[in-house]
Design a protein around this ligand. Sequence first.
Ligand code: FAD
Length: 559
Amino acid sequence: MKPRSQALETAPLREFDLVVIGGGIVGAGIAQDAASRGMSVLLIEKNDFSSGTSSKTTKLIHGGLRYLEQFHFSLTRELCHERARLEQLAPQLVRDFSFVLPIAKEQRWMGLKANVGLTLYDFLARDANARRHVRLTQREVLESAPALSPNVVVSGLRFHDCITDDSRLVIEVVKSACQEGALAINYVEVTGFELTNNRVSAVKCHDRYSGKDFSVRARACVNAAGIWTDHLMSMIDSSWRPSVTPAKGIHIMVPQSSFETNTALFLPTLDKRYVFVVPWQRALMIGTTDTPYDGNIEIPLASADEVDYLLSVVNSYSGEKRINRSDVIASWAGLRPLVGGGTSGKDTRKMSREHLIFVGPGSVIGLIGGKLTNYRIMANQVVDKVLATIPELNSGSIKASRTARIMLGGFTDKQDFLTITAQVAAKARRNGIEPATLDHLIASYGKDSEVIVDMVQEDASLNQRICPDFPQIMAEIPFALLHESAVSLEDLLFRRTRLGMVHQGQCLEAVPKVARLVQACLGWDDTRMNVELEAVEQTIRDHFKSSHTQEHLLSPAAS
Ligand code: FAD
């Protein structure tokens, strides 16, 4: 990945085959697909890569068991196959995980329905090397998740899906796109378009750090702006009719000690929803809700009512030990971009999860909806649509998509993955890096974990944990600044290391020491340092205030 400053110098001087707007999973995937076919590509993101919806998901690479209730059989089949594909392309980052669906005494009918659903799920994934579901007795369910109450749970079902780290997945796809020749720049906002013969020929940009405006010439343009899609289209056509409905989903994190489980759980609720309990980053993630949203789309936050809802569902399955608001160590909210405008107030749970590809004004090609799981397939379809809409791009030198064979994490193939991870493990042991940190580094950074281990070899102080209860270490900070275009403390804490989404209290305490290291690396002056400190501390405090969790950490001056 080129340093941000270099990419900013180069971009205005070139004409790109394709400019992709939006650095979430959809935009990253499109940039990777197009670059791997031989197109010249620029990816532009107005905040940080993955800072929109793509860092706030349930982190599942899944077949979408819930979508069977909406009869989305072909979507589920596609997702099951992509799940298997991503396990092969990113074995370090997409990992198989067992889920248990407990059947409650009052919901025995749910057991029958879930068994039929999972049989269909197995059938749709039949040639994707998937593990089939099994029925569990009450004893087996309670052995898997001792926190569940024998007075509530009578039996269960076990099935398999995969878990990932959404932000890290986006960054790895962006890095792969750059490896294939794309240029990617964060903190550059698209503010307008220039049209020639009714077609976008240049994109107007604003660098949010230097304040400079510039234009980039484009032969084709893709709108991958998720919930901001309508806003971009109305810059070209003021009569553009809204086509995206945001649906809010929140998650909370609690310590593993507050709810004993060795498996992920898929909990049916009395109001016909499902709540996941997923071990993630050495804590438990609980989510998600799915509600209509008409608030500020820039900063959705979890509310106290939503937190209480998730806690009440989990507590309805548990024994005497209850989880309370005071157990919540982090919360966040994301907005699903669902297809369909003007549906304010509609039950978003019933809206389709299929994606839509459109050709908009100025011949801009856009995509709405979709999942983290099928980003590769969607990207492939969008690039095909670009080539069909703008045939002169298809000069004969454009190849077929290669992303089904490109491993993420910088590995060339499975053997390379095995050799490199063994080498990194040996080097990490020699340098006193603890096993949990080694596992985290390989999962998060793939082949680049070796660069981080080398940094520790050079300077042992970088082997220090950032937060006491989690394996992330200080060496990840300079690495992300140098090699992953991290610009702010929030990029480092929320998206490159994920600590801001795992334990917001410990993260707040770690902010000053991380800021000092960044200052030493980048030479921030005191003014910049104070601006950065204030910004990230405010973000974390906003999360506490909105969800009424960890309020004890708010100083009187701050509240
Ligand atoms: P985004 O990630 O929002 O990316 C759009 C980007 O465009 C943003 O980063 C934004 O800053 C940028 N942008 C906007 N305007 C401009 C501009 N003018 N100039 C430059 N950049 C701009 N899917 C799964 O497969 N598994 C799951 O477990 C899962 N769980 C989910 C849980 C929740 C709560 C939610 C909300 C969604 C979940 N999804 C899941 C769905 C999935 O996360 C989303 O569909 C996907 O992340 C959308 O990605 P995107 O790239 O379209 O949008």
